[in-house]
Design a protein around this ligand. Structure first.
Ligand SMILES: NC(=O)c1ccc[n+]([C@@H]2O[C@H](COP(=O)([O-])OP(=O)(O)OC[C@H]3O[C@@H](n4cnc5c(N)ncnc54)[C@H](OP(=O)(O)O)[C@@H]3O)[C@@H](O)[C@H]2O)c1
Length: 328
């Protein structure tokens, strides 16, 4: 088990914005953003069927077409099937500008195989390296999430374990915004995940819970993490969204205080966000999302920037970083 040795590069690209997250982007912008990532050395790409109801996978596949498949790591997700039928209510929430294909939630084994088959077609590739069971959590399904989790436990988890044993995929895990399903999954004996794509829960703005409840347990199980949403949906670095909704005044104030502290130490806030996540030895990769090529240069620069120790200590002193969090 482990994700670290399955992923190429510590800085990846999160392709949710290619599904027209928050705003409609053109085919050219989508292609140029992936091209910028490739040109600047990014070799890990994460997507999902649900990102724009297939749009993110289609665009990512098109942009990577022609590149030697061994040169990059690809992850996508299962748990939501994209139907050929259309339904305008599919265009809702952050993906209201996505495609209007109907989305059906299904964490069974059969749906897992069908979902992977459809993803391969949309992505135009013959294999997926890592498959995450998507959003099997309270934030996505309300109290019914437990029922979905039980279906996944008997269905998707076992199916993915089998695909891994057969060498069809290299690793599998859960792709979630919540800590609880990861905790429960680590207790399962029948099918143990290699790790988790944990989004929004290990950022400068929010990291207490996995430190308290998840990381020790994950370490014992050899499970590692991909950190999704390292900018908390953008608000940390000048965007308007937190957790896929408009950021509250309280959150904007917290960001202002952190940004001010960073500026006093001549630290780029993106560098602080990415390097905070990567300082944790359980973190295999961090995958900021972007819908413009210019963001990639910012991300790559931030990844390589030097952040002085005094900044991290000041962040801890001001209570912005938990004493339990490893510092870079
Ligand atoms: N459940 C799951 O499995 C799950 C959940 C969430 C995320 N993820 C994965 O993690 C990836 C990253 O998460 P994310 O894309 O949601 O959020 P994120 O990486 O925290 O933030 C991305 C957002 O930050 C904005 N941003 C970047 N630089 C900026 C700047 N200088 N000024 C203003 N805004 C800026 C981007 O805006 P632009 O669009 O304008 O570039 C983008 O909308 C996803 O793409 C997905 O692959 C997985």
């Amino acid at each position: 088990m482990s994700l670290n040795d399955k992923i190429q590069g510590k800085l990846g690209f999160g392709a949710a914005p290619l599904g027209n997250m928050f705003r409609a982007i053109t085919e050219e912008e989508a292609a140029a953003t992936v091209q910028a990532a490739w040109d600047q050395g990014i070799r890990y790409f994460d997507t999902a069927p649900v990102y724009g109801a297939g749009l993110s996978e289609l665009r990512l596949g098109k942009a990577l077409a022609g590149i030697d498949r061994n040169q990059y790591t690809l992850s996508t997700k299962v748990g939501r099937l994209i139907s050929k039928e259309t339904d305008d209510s599919a265009r809702s929430g952050p993906f209201s500008h996505g495609l209007s294909n109907k989305i059906e939630t299904d964490y069974s084994a059969d749906a897992t195989f069908r979902s992977i088959e459809s993803s391969l077609q949309r992505l135009g590739t013959d294999r997926i390296d890592i498959v995450f069971v998507h959003d099997v959590a309270q934030d996505a399904h309300g109290d019914e999430w437990v029922e979905h989790f039980n279906i996944a436990r008997k269905g998707a988890f076992k199916a993915l374990n089998r695909l891994k044993d057969e060498g069809v995929i290299k690793a599998w895990g859960l792709g979630v915004n919540r800590v609880e399903p990861c905790e429960i999954a680590l207790d399962l004996t029948e099918a143990q995940p290699d790790g988790f794509l944990l989004a929004g829960r290990y950022t400068l703005l929010d990291h207490a819970l996995p430190l308290q409840r998840l990381f020790e347990k994950a370490k014992l199980a050899n499970a590692e993490f991909v950190v999704g949403g390292p900018y908390s949906s953008g608000v940390l670095v000048g965007g308007k969204h937190f957790e896929y909704s408009e950021a509250s005044a309280q959150m904007l104030e917290k960001v202002r205080l952190i940004t001010e502290l960073a500026a006093r130490h001549h630290v780029n806030i993106k560098a602080a966000g990415l390097q905070f996540a990567l300082a944790n030895p359980l973190v295999a990769a961090v995958i900021p999302g972007a819908s413009r090529p210019s963001r990639i240069a910012e991300d790559v620069e931030a990844f390589h920037a030097t952040v002085p120790d005094e900044f991290w200590l000041a962040m801890r002193e001001h209570g912005f970083i938990s004493p339990a969090a490893p510092l870079p």
